[in-house]
Design a protein around this ligand. Sequence first.
Ligand SMILES: Cc1cc2nc3c(=O)[nH]c(=O)nc-3n(C[C@H](O)[C@H](O)[C@H](O)COP(=O)(O)OP(=O)(O)OC[C@H]3O[C@@H](n4cnc5c(N)ncnc54)[C@H](O)[C@@H]3O)c2cc1C
Length: 496
Amino acid sequence: MTTAGLSFIIIGASVSGLASAISLKRSGHSVLILEKDAQLGGAASILNGCARVCPNGSKILLDWGLLDAETKAKAAPMPGFAFFKYNAGYSEGSEPDFLGEHRWYPELLFEARGGYMQFRHHDFMRILYDEAMRDSSSRVSVRFGAEVVKIDCEACSVTLRSGEIHTADAIIGADGARGIVRRTLMREEGVSLDRDVPIGVALYRDLCMRMISLLGFYEYDDIGSTVFDMGRSTQMRAQLIALPASFCSPFVPFAAAWIFPVGRENDLALSLYTPDATQDGTWTEEPEKNINDVIGPCDIRLKKLASLAGPTTCVQLKKPYALESWVSKSGRVVVLGEAAHPSPTGGLHPYAVALEDAVFIGKIFSHTRDRGRVPEFLYAFQEQREKRCARIREIDLEYVEACITPLGPMHDQRDAGMRANHAAGKNAMEGDFQQMLDDFGVVFGYSAADDADEWWINWGRFRNTNTENGNVEADGRLRSTSFISITTNATKTGNQ
Ligand SMILES: Cc1cc2nc3c(=O)[nH]c(=O)nc-3n(C[C@H](O)[C@H](O)[C@H](O)COP(=O)(O)OP(=O)(O)OC[C@H]3O[C@@H](n4cnc5c(N)ncnc54)[C@H](O)[C@@H]3O)c2cc1C
């Protein structure tokens, strides 16, 4: 056992890559991050981004000492949201058709130890990047414009497009759902990336800079939330959500739009879920169509925002292939974040879940400097995180599906339920969406740090003798222990 930290290569300088670097640095290891883009957060020309950080993620920022005034000043808090019909309020001066509202229960946020925050994607990257680089001249380094084109899992090395080769004790694939590490693991399992199947829904997203005033009914209250006064007796500190169209159109059989405040400069993010099987873009490329081309007949506020849309992105929602193993057969390469468990595009949870992954992996690796234990720790990461990540993915998808419920009895029942709840002074999601409300509590209340500690206390520390017992091969791979076989033989239902 050596006292020097382990060396990690992280592929991808986005949320999970930067957060994992912070976490591993805190545990005394050194990290080289390789990012293919030339700059942090992708091209500056596409300011598409809204990073929604749920309480399970913001408590991590708090624990890392990152929730200072400067950080808070970059986020719009999100105390709840309000639901409106998509196909009403067509004309200038008309009222939106209100269905009901959801406010996060204060006790839920209190117990979760975190608030709900919405940053510009670029701002959020900068916060993580600065923390990763702080006081870390030797421990963390980031190379931009460094695209990894080849991974040798056995040698634990990567080759860059430039031909350079880098080697480490472990490689972390934080390179997203279409990244090379996920593809490498899929190849090990004998499948190709086209096993991620589009479900026929695309998310268009645009960031409308300093546009809150466009809606004409906002002000800031004493906690700085955006207040949408929708012309009612009570003002709603809420984000505005327009729900699916209740009219039949051959072009837009369903659509759902979210408008939410981002950052503190009065920006509005406009997201539109729409059926679109033709565009398969990314967060960094402009699609052929603009939001304005696909929005169809809708509330005038939505229309206005869409007409002002700048560069838009369009990303398909996919049913991802569920990797049998997040860890390479060599036991030295692991995926996390989107590369391990791709989320429904634009879901509520991916940022927070990426932060959770980072905390978990950093925390468990705080207990070892032993290269021989790398495979065991990487398998433990999958074993502990996989179930939760899969469940959160389902929750995110249920949320999207609820909003894009096509016309029919379920659609009508959903709207009637929300209106009735509102009339009774209740949360719009009570009743029909009670399970979703309960799920929020479970998701927000989780602490990745506690979970990692629990793994160590219940499992990790008892395996501390693996090296001495001769359970580890010369190359660091664990011999066939019950732990390995349970993990690698786990049956996945996600791919059926
Ligand atoms: C530029 C950008 C903007 C985004 N904007 C939004 C948004 O507005 N709203 C939203 O909900 N989600 C957005 N996302 C997605 C969001 O970041 C993820 O859903 C999630 O939060 C965490 O993702 P991740 O860090 O695991 O992977 P990702 O965020 O997908 O990041 C993967 C990183 O790996 C890099 N990479 C990929 N391949 C290689 C390679 N071969 N070599 C080196 N580096 C590589 C990519 O350039 C990227 O930086 C965006 C992602 C990106 C990359």
